[in-house]
Design a protein around this ligand. Structure first.
Ligand SMILES: Cc1cc2nc3c(=O)[nH]c(=O)nc-3n(C[C@H](O)[C@H](O)[C@H](O)COP(=O)(O)O)c2cc1C
Length: 483
């Protein structure tokens, strides 16, 4: 069996699969450091790498910046870690993982992967299947077939997550409908943010419901917004505005190999409360649909000519009538839990892929919950004190970690879930139709540092091995054709 970190080629052989993990807005917030012949670190991508957009690891790094990204970044890194583990197993080695997010001592360090020396064994069939699925998996934001995913398959996906300490549960009927509504409401809230027209934070989530009664989640977020305003920080709307600005940086343009390209963002949904995110932030929807679209305020909406709108609407597609949503929970909500969530998510996604099931994500309401609890840069604690609006709050908020998770736990109702929600995925069988555009999302060159050399060196991706002369396409073998 080859040595994992002998040279650039063997290093990239292990790292390459990790790069194909999902990450929020394709931000690829990871980097790698080889520390010994049998140890590699997974790190946050926080260096000022020429050409690469920096991840905003606010929560871990204690820097003043808006956004809920740190948690989602960590989830993406957890997914990359899962792929890294599989890549090492494919070489016959056993990886020993230590989840060590250590904001205090080494802010960039997330996990250390040690390779057990002197012992190799063949990868199992399951490991091979998951490894195969790494390059096949991608986020599929197109409509799925109306046929529901077989319950046995859903159980397999749930079990895959459970192997990594992630609890994946199907959101049934009313919960699924409310999540779709909450997601559309979050999209609309983000689209109108900073325009002086944003509704109260709770309403903007679409969670208040047709009966006009605010849910506990609404009240929690409104309370958080009030607290932020009272403590002299930015208003909730201003935070949302910053969040929106950052979001626009990640969507549409992918020249440097990160961000979500328009080709991957899927068709415009025909109905409101669609099971996919609105990456246009309302711009493409003006004139019909939901949220920002209805208000006509969506960014750039005014620039759309009537003809362009009509053409866009003609391209709308119907999504499955009953989207199948699954929510991923963890026991707690500290950075190690986020890395666990990422590994569980990736094992579940790879299992789904290997069973012919596609997946996309619907995480906006969780992001807005995080946003309401932005970080205190000086003390590493939340801005908000205990929220007086809830009787249960005091006993439930032992520390900042619990408080942050608590808002997400209450998102869909007054009875909090026992565990902390981290992600929501939509699963389904892909519709097969010919001539569909390539929806692969690009990747950027990762930062890989080898600290075994003095001084430490960046490991450059080696050129692809050239096929042997005779088999290169377009070359005529004159020895065969001359006579
Ligand atoms: C934590 C996390 C949150 C995400 N949230 C969303 C989302 O709300 N909507 C969406 O369409 N995709 C979401 N994604 C998917 C990413 O946009 C996607 O992984 C990235 O663009 C790379 O594309 P790929 O998954 O096809 O390789 C999320 C991914 C992660 C890891």
């Amino acid at each position: 069996m080859p040595k994992p970190f002998a040279d650039a080629r063997s290093i990239y052989h292990v790292i390459e699969p990790a790069l194909w993990a999902p990450s929020v807005f394709n931000s690829q917030p990871w980097s790698f450091r080889i520390t010994t012949d049998d140890r590699i670190e997974l790190r946050a991508n926080v260096s000022d790498n020429a050409g690469a957009r920096r991840g905003r690891w606010d929560l871990l790094l204690h820097t003043p910046a808006p956004g809920p990204w740190a948690r989602e970044y960590a989830i993406g890194c957890g997914a990359a870690l899962m792929n890294l583990r599989l890549a090492i197993r494919m070489l016959g080695h056993d990886p020993v993982i230590a989840l060590v997010p250590a904001p205090g001592s080494d802010p960039g360090l997330l996990a250390s992967v040690e390779i057990v020396a002197g012992r190799t064994h063949e990868p199992k069939e399951l490991e091979k299947e998951l490894y195969e699925a790494i390059r096949q998996r991608h986020t599929d934001r197109r409509p799925f077939s109306a046929a529901p995913v077989h319950p046995g398959v859903l159980v397999e996906i749930e079990r895959a997550a459970a192997r990594e300490d992630g609890w994946l549960r199907v959101l049934h009927g009313p919960y699924a409908r409310r999540w779709l509504k909450a997601s559309a409401g979050a999209d609309a809230a983000i689209a109108v943010a900073g325009r002086g027209t944003a509704p109260a934070a709770g309403d903007s989530w679409g969670l208040a419901g047709g009966d006009g009664r605010d849910t506990a989640a609404d009240a929690t977020v409104i309370a958080a917004a009030d607290d932020a305003a009272a403590s002299g920080c930015l208003s909730y709307d201003a935070l949302l505005h910053q969040f929106r600005d950052e979001l626009t940086q990640w969507t549409g343009h992918t020249e440097d190999g990160c961000g979500v390209p328009l080709t991957a963002s899927g068709p415009r949904p025909a109905r409101a409360n669609a099971p996919v995110r609105d990456f246009s932030l309302g711009a493409a929807d003006s004139g019909s649909g939901s949220g920002a679209a209805d208000s006509g305020i969506g960014s750039g909406a005014d620039n759309w000519s009537a003809r362009a709108r009509a053409r866009r609407h003609a391209q709308r597609e119907r999504f499955e009538r009953h989207p199948q949503l699954m929510m991923l929970f963890t026991d707690r909500d500290d950075p190690a839990d986020w890395l666990r969530a990422g590994q569980a998510l990736q094992r579940a996604l790879l299992t789904a892929t290997s069973l012919g099931v596609s997946a996309s994500f619907l995480t906006q309401p969780l992001e807005l919950a995080d946003l309401a609890f932005r970080y205190d840069p000086q003390y590493g604690r939340l801005h908000h004190g205990p929220l007086p609006h809830h009787a249960n709050w005091q006993q439930d908020s032992r520390n900042a970690v619990d408080r942050r998770g608590y808002v997400r736990r209450r998102i869909l109702g007054s009875t909090p879930w026992l565990e902390v929600p981290q992600m929501v995925i939509r699963v389904g069988y892909p519709k097969v139709s010919a001539g569909q555009p390539d929806i692969r999302t690009p990747r950027q060159e990762p930062e890989v540092i080898d600290v075994r050399c003095v001084p430490a060196q960046r490991v450059i991706r080696p050129p692809e091995p050239q096929p042997p002369e005779a088999s290169r396409p377009g070359r005529t073998d004159h020895r065969l054709t001359a006579h």
